[in-house]
Design a protein around this ligand. Structure first.
Ligand code: GTP
Ligand code: MG
Length: 149
């Protein structure tokens, strides 16, 4: 079982796509064990995107992710990191396949509607940035034996 951090980015919140994006992950079978709406401040944004410090788009990335409220969540499931990334589609929506979140809902690499962790190490780090341990809820759904079996 793996966990991944997802962020419904400010563009998606403004466009009224929170439900649509969460729906796709939920219908894939992933189990939400943490979920909240928040406004990311600059300090948290810098820690979350530390790997991109020094890149040409770093300032633009920080100002975008702090430009409005986001929804952050933790999903759980077998190979949840890879499954989430495949469901999201490629980083540049122009290259993302139709049927993926970005391939259906986005056009611009700077405004690509969703974030998902890209490795188990990053997932653990990102989850700890956004959620306290007591905000994550361990449970099983009755249906899980038909999804995660
Ligand atoms: N403006 C701009 N933003 C970029 C560019 N490349 C990447 N980004 C943004 O930076 C984010 C992080 O880049 P990556 O971590 O490489 O891509 P990713 O893992 O698919 O996306 P995240 O899930 O958001 O981390 C991307 O989601 C984009 O929004 C770029 O060339 N220009
Ligand atoms: Mg990334």
């Amino acid at each position: 079982m793996e966990r991944s951090l997802i962020i419904v980015k400010p563009d998606a919140v403004q466009r009224g796509l929170i439900g649509e994006i969460l729906r796709r992950l939920e219908q894939r079978g992933l189990r939400f064990i943490g979920l909240k709406l928040m406004w990311i401040d600059r300090e948290l944004a810098e820690r979350h995107y530390a790997e991109h410090r020094g890149k040409a788009f770093f300032e633009e990335l920080l100002s975008f992710i702090t430009s409005g409220p986001v929804v952050v969540g933790v999903v759980e499931g077998p190979r949840a990191i890879e499954v989430t990334r495949k469901t999201m589609g490629k980083t540049d929506p122009a290259e993302a396949e139709p049927g993926t979140i970005r391939g259906d809902l986005a056009l611009s690499i700077a405004q690509n509607v969703i974030h998902g962790s890209d490795s188990p190490e990053k997932a653990a780090y990102e989850i700890s940035l956004f959620f306290r341990e007591d905000e994550l809820v361990s449970y099983e759904r009755a249906i899980d034996r038909w999804i995660m079996g």
